[in-house]
Design a protein around this ligand. Structure first.
Ligand code: GTP
Ligand code: MG
Length: 263
């Protein structure tokens, strides 16, 4: 009898502990949902949306793990090939001749593999890319890059091949920010000042994307008197993004304080 009583109290205590835990979690969730701000990052291709999210990971979360960093090696190689191939194609379109006639052969060599298939960075390709980058015709073509599509980070990577071709090459934070990979899915990230995590999986098609955006943002009321604050940013510059993000955060906090008359 005593034993059973003991067990009952133990069970009741455990039950109470679980209840308390659930209630605490509910209170935290409620508090968090009250404080949750939704941020929709929109913009044309290559306008820096993904770069901004990378900055949030670097500044407000743990950044990139060694495994993720290694995953960027191949993408850096592919970016270099992609940039050189864009310029080679533009040479034709803009009718620019190579500084050295034998560089045409090198151009064929670089064009011979689709850039998405590139996994390694070795000769004869590395030497070919270096020589082409030094070619007067390619440089002229680079100067006329506004006349065709060329990735923003071309000069950044091509001027640094000596570092990248090293067999022990590991991308730096800036390399990761400079890598161009077109996003083909809608992703939702959740972050706070000390953590960032991916909450939802990818939404693959346009209809799913549209309903996702509606679902997330339909509750956000449109206020005709809402002020618009514009900021100039450079998404690849960590100091600039930290500064602008802190300013945006201050504005939001200030607005909330005004709302509850605490300013
Ligand atoms: N110089 C410079 N480069 C930038 C800036 N923002 C982004 N880039 C570079 O531009 C390229 C494209 O940036 P992303 O962040 O991938 O662009 P996105 O808006 O996500 O593009 P999509 O996914 O195609 O819609 C990357 O190589 C970035 O490093 C910037 O402010 N300045
Ligand atoms: Mg993107």
């Amino acid at each position: 009898m005593v034993n059973l009583h003991c067990r009952m109290t133990e069970e009741a205590r455990e039950q109470k502990r679980i209840n308390d835990e659930i209630e605490r979690q509910l209170r935290t969730d409620k508090r968090n949902s009250n404080r949750e701000l939704k941020l929709l990052v929109l913009g044309p291709g290559e306008s820096g949306k993904s770069t901004f999210i990378k900055q949030m990971r670097i500044i407000h979360a743990k950044g990139f793990s060694p495994k993720e960093t290694r995953g960027y090696i191949k993408l850096v190689y592919q970016n270099i090939f992609m940039a050189m191939q864009s310029m080679i194609k533009a040479m034709d379109k803009l009718d620019i001749s190579y500084g050295h006639e034998d560089h045409i052969e090198l151009a064929y060599l670089v064009m011979s593999i689709p850039y998405e298939k590139v996994e390694t960075f070795e000769d004869p390709y590395v030497t070919a890319i270096k020589r082409l980058w030094g070619d007067a015709g390619i440089q002229k073509c680079y100067d006329r890059r506004s006349e065709y599509q060329l990735t923003d980070s071309t000069e950044y990577f091509l001027n640094d091949i000596a570092r990248i071709e090293n067999v022990f090459y590991l991308p730096t934070e800036q390399d990761i920010l400079r890598v161009r990979v077109a996003t083909v899915e809608i992703l939702e990230y959740q972050f706070n000042l000390d953590g960032l995590m991916i909450r939802y999986g990818p939404k693959k098609d346009a209809i799913a994307a549209r309903s996702f955006i509606l679902e997330m943002f339909e509750s956000v009321k449109i206020d005709e008197d809402e002020k618009i604050y514009s900021h100039f940013t450079c998404a690849t510059n960590k100091e600039n993004i930290s500064f602008v993000f802190a300013a945006v955060k201050d504005t939001i906090v200030q607005m909330h304080l005004t709302d509850i008359n605490l300013d």
